[in-house]
Design a protein around this ligand. Structure first.
Ligand SMILES: *[C@@H]1O[C@H](CO)[C@@H](O)[C@H](O)[C@H]1NC(C)=O
Ligand SMILES: *[C@@H]1O[C@H](CO)[C@@H](O)[C@H](O)[C@H]1NC(C)=O
Ligand SMILES: *[C@@H]1O[C@H](CO)[C@@H](O)[C@H](O)[C@H]1NC(C)=O
Length: 140
């Protein structure tokens, strides 16, 4: 009875130890190899930890994301976008984006510079103000 308990406890400890050794073996996302000897995937590429022993396990970041060499992919900043495996670039003029999404056109009456956010066209504000002044005079 004592021996049986002793063996069970030992097997449990051994399996925890083996699991930890195996878990430590993997390189983090954005790298490949067998830990502690990890190498960097190229910039704008990443890898899945646990499936990244081989150099060919690096794959391009998805659209709207990019990475520095050896790191996991991250969303492009807002008003920036990317094609798969490419760096983030500013949205064209008259478009904007939420971080990690594609660029979309500004709403009608709004404009933006490349990489900036959409803003109400100044002439609209001017004509709106003039309109309000006219209404004010008509009412007086
Ligand atoms: C990948 O990203 C880096 C910056 O992290 C950039 O300098 C480089 O040009 C990018 N490579 C490609 C192929 O887009
Ligand atoms: C990423 O950007 C593309 C356009 O470059 C867009 O069609 C796509 O919906 C975007 N993906 C996500 C997850 O927002
Ligand atoms: C980028 O676009 C967002 C809306 O998606 C806006 O709130 C933000 O101010 C813009 N950032 C810059 C630097 O223009």
């Amino acid at each position: 009875m004592m021996l049986k308990t002793f063996l069970i406890v030992n097997i449990v400890f051994l399996s925890i130890f083996v699991q930890q050794v195996i878990a430590v073996d993997y390189c983090p996302p954005g790298q490949y190899g067998t830990s502690p000897t990890c190498s960097n995937c190229a910039a704008n590429q990443t890898s899945i930890s646990g499936q990244n022993q081989d150099p060919n396990s690096c794959s391009p970041c998805p659209a709207n994301q990019s990475s520095l060499a050896g790191t996991d992919c991250e969303n492009c900043p807002s008003n920036y976008t990317s094609s798969p495996g490419q760096k983030c670039v500013a949205c064209p003029a008259n478009q904007q984006s939420i971080s990690g999404s594609g660029c979309t056109n500004c709403a009608s009456g709004y404009i933006s510079t490349s990489g900036g956010s959409c803003a109400l066209i100044y002439s609209r504000i001017l004509s709106l103000s003039l309109g309000l002044i006219c209404i004010k005079f008509l009412l007086l």
